[in-house]
Design a protein around this ligand. Sequence first.
Ligand SMILES: [Zn+2]
Length: 299
Amino acid sequence: MRLRFWGVRGSIPTPGESTVRYGGNTPCTEIRLGNDELIILDAGTGIRKLGDQLMARGQSVHATVLITHPHWDHIQGFPFFKPAFVSGNTLVIVGTERPEKKLSEIVSDQMNRIYFPVQLNELKATLTFRPVKDEQNLDVYGAKVRTMYVNHPGFTVAYRIEFNGKTLVYISDNEPYDRGAAASLENFEDLVKDKFEETNGDPNQRVFEFCRDADLLIHDATYTPEEYVDRVGWGHSHYLFALRVAAEAGVRKLCLFHHDPNHSDNDVDKIVKACRNEIKRMGYSFECFAAEENLELEL
Ligand SMILES: [Zn+2]
């Protein structure tokens, strides 16, 4: 399995000189399986450049797009993904939906004519929508893909992808679940809260189990622990929690993801340094690094 990051920033794009190294595009990661089959994780603004690169190859595009949830930063690049405009291309879009709104509407609403000049039904590629819920297993080009609801407002899923003996877990947006705080957080779904509440002991155990023995865990590390204190209920993690997930799950590598839009490259450097110090102090054995636009990895 090969990976390339096209967008690693959370919440909103952050162009500018202070974010040029880690990058300012919102979440999008390209995954290539054995025969170059293409899986795309999230359709944030990073997907635009991925689309341009795919067009430049001059071949038809067949891809499965796994969307964690439809907050803007995870779907707003889709209307600018050029392969969607070309007939003969096929895109399968996987994501969560709600009782009152289908996945196809969730994606197309952002292209409503009030907000956007081209509507979804004008796209020439063949689009298929595949809604998912908690704990579903999918076969994507021979890869075993599993979903799990995580602790983030709305229905948000994590994806675990197993292929050819390697495992990648992608948890772009997730907050540590705290039984005390949960009752007062009204923008979180009751159905998702129930999943955490049903877990014996530490409710985050279900996340640890989902990540068990992964070769690479890409996890939300939006905040520092100090920043998190004022942002409980916003649906994101501080880096110490990301380290805890990695340690409890026994993963081999942890990739810090969804960088806060207020964090400069130097701030992200400091977070990586703090994480590595903590890993040493705690005697953990996994590697830790920050996601960076254009970084390529092989599992
Ligand atoms: Zn996000």
